[in-house]
Design a protein around this ligand. Structure first.
Ligand code: PLP
Length: 287
């Protein structure tokens, strides 16, 4: 449990960006974000006082808004709130920021927005020792984003109850996390992460047109790999390629990169040295 206090800013077209007490209530019980999970969010890592991949996160915030037919978030205001929240928070090693925009109070037609900063959990153990993962069928084909765009696969919406249920299923199966697969046999993403496989000197991640989130951390890992002379590839990955890969990671903001040390009950070796270099690169990002 962290001892530092979260910092909250409300964001609205009328009032701009206003600091309020993070421990007092601010959202109406009639807000569609609360009653229907109808809204969008981003979670952004802050290391050394700097928001990581801020612009890619804000671009994805806008992309999610458009997928949900919400108005574009006012990025100047959100950016201002992110910087102000970081400034106002106690100086701790790792923070996270959430930017949220809902469809607003039912009938009002005005989005509700806020940004908060809070101390990040300690992921040092997972980053070095790895995690146990199970594959779970998401029950959708890999081309769902093309065939049924109204399912909003690939948008970062507030409707994460399914993602949380998958994590509880992982726990029932004696695992820490999940890799979703498509009903037609391809690797997708985790409930809060992207999947990266290493095949020799190539890093591979599932192509982002398969109803998955284009990850900011995954993009940074690819930059790191390319700078090291490795090849990188976006691919349609059959499930069998998970067990034949030389190494596997789940990557996401805040947690950064965690190696997978057991997949569907089968132990896997982890690439300790490469993971350590990748983690150092990710934690060292200052924009
Ligand atoms: N996929 C899903 C479903 C996620 O929720 C997340 C992050 O929370 C990611 C992928 C990874 O995205 P990022 O690296 O930008 O945090």
């Amino acid at each position: 449990m962290s001892s530092s206090r979260p910092v909250l800013f409300l964001v609205s077209a009328d009032s701009g960006c206003v600091r309020v007490d993070a421990e007092a209530p601010h959202v109406s019980v009639m807000d569609l974000g609360v009653t229907r999970g109808d809204g969008i969010f981003e979670t952004i890592s802050v290391c050394g006082g700097r928001a990581q991949a801020l612009e890619p996160h804000l671009d994805r915030f806008v992309r999610s808004a458009r997928l949900l037919d919400l108005p574009d978030p006012d990025l100047d205001l959100y950016r201002q709130a992110v910087f102000a929240a970081i400034d106002a928070h106690d100086d701790v090693a790792e923070l996270y920021i959430k930017t949220v925009m809902t469809r607003g109070v039912e009938g009002a037609g005005v989005p509700t927005g806020w940004v908060y900063a809070a101390e990040a959990a300690d992921f040092a153990g997972a980053r070095t020792e790895g995690i146990r993962v199970v594959t779970l069928d998401r029950g959708l084909r890999h081309d769902v984003a093309q065939t049924s765009p109204w399912l909003l696969q690939g948008a970062k919406t507030l409707s994460y109850a399914v993602n949380r249920a998958a994590l509880r299923e992982a726990e029932r199966r004696d695992a820490d996390d999940v890799i979703f697969t498509s009903s037609d046999g391809f690797v997708l993403e985790g409930p809060t992460s992207n999947v990266i496989l290493r095949r020799g000197d190539t890093l591979v991640t599932p192509r982002t047109d398969q109803g998955i989130l284009p990850g900011t951390t995954q993009a940074s890992v690819f930059e790191f790999a390319q700078a090291k002379g490795m090849k990188t590839e976006y691919a349609v990955v059959p499930i069998a390629e998970l067990s034949s890969a030389d190494a596997l990671w789940l990557v996401s903001s805040v947690r950064q990169a965690v190696p997978i040390n057991r997949l569907d009950g089968v132990e896997r070796s982890i690439d300790v040295e490469f993971t350590a270099r990748m983690t150092a690169y990710l934690l060292g990002r200052r924009d």
